[in-house]
Design a protein around this ligand. Structure first.
Ligand code: ADP
Ligand code: MG
Length: 234
């Protein structure tokens, strides 16, 4: 079990670098991608095997850049009122094929008296996508994901638990480090992005994990609108 902290200033700095790098990388990438596609479509191209790899590697750079752009967005602007249960249902619907393919059971426990909460709905959708994706990738056979929503006086709590392999201490310690991944093809940005989105809404995220037992993520969001603080304005 471990509680993790991240420095808000570090996150801000990453966001600023992310924005400039992402935009600078995107433009030349689009040009390269166009030419490679042209080569790929040419039946006389003798380097098909190579250009195909180039194409898929470019797609990978594009994925990382897209995730980086999420980091750089000031998400307070997008504040609305929404039912978190609806957001969760939307994301579960997206994952249905995934759940079926890997025979994962997703158990949802909503509270009867749900209330609208203020915040960034698109952002929260992204958070649930990142978390469910991680659980799916971690789960093998007989996977169970349990999602619970409960309301307290001033917060809503959402817990997402899986009975996957859990994490070792090194992984837990690096969970929010940019580009830290234990997966082949992972970007190592999902948890960092999730953390940023939640912090932007004055929420908290706590991950607890035990090797061979599973992983639980607890998110708490305030039920009243976020007051912009003077110190953070990005
Ligand atoms: P990525 O998924 O691209 O690797 P993340 O930031 O989403 O990047 O996750 C970082 C790492 O944390 C993962 O590579 C994995 O080792 C670990 N992790 C995250 N969620 C889980 C989970 N539910 N079960 C086991 N390990 C997890
Ligand atoms: Mg991930």
């Amino acid at each position: 079990a471990d509680i993790l902290k991240i420095d808000a200033e570090k996150l801000l700095a990453i966001g600023e670098i992310a924005a400039s790098v992402a935009h600078e990388v995107r433009n030349p990438l689009t040009a390269i991608s166009g030419f490679i596609q042209m080569m790929n479509n040419d039946p006389t191209n003798p380097y098909h095997a190579y250009t195909e790899i180039m194409d898929s590697e470019i797609n990978r750079i594009d994925l990382i850049v897209s995730e980086f752009l999420v980091l750089s967005k000031p998400s307070l602007k997008k504040s609305t009122e929404f039912y978190i249960e609806n957001t969760i249902q939307d994301v579960i619907a997206m994952f249905k094929p995934n759940f079926l393919n890997s025979s994962i059971v997703c158990d949802v426990q909503f509270h009867e008296d749900s209330t609208m909460i203020p915040g960034n709905e698109d952002g929260m959708k992204q958070v649930f996508i990142n978390l469910l994706k991680n659980s799916c990738e971690a789960l093998k056979k007989n996977g169970i994901i349990t999602i619970k929503v409960t309301y307290q006086q001033e917060t809503v709590s959402i817990s997402i638990r899986d009975n996957g392999p859990g994490m070792d201490t090194e992984t837990i310690g690096n969970l929010y480090e940019p580009f830290f991944t234990t997966k082949e093809g992972g970007t190592g940005l999902g948890m960092l992005i999730s953390k940023k989105i939640i912090l932007d809404q004055n929420g908290t995220i706590t991950v607890t994990s035990k090797k061979n037992k599973g992983t639980k993520t607890l998110i708490k969001l305030p039920l009243t609108p976020v007051k912009k603080t003077a110190s953070i304005n990005g």
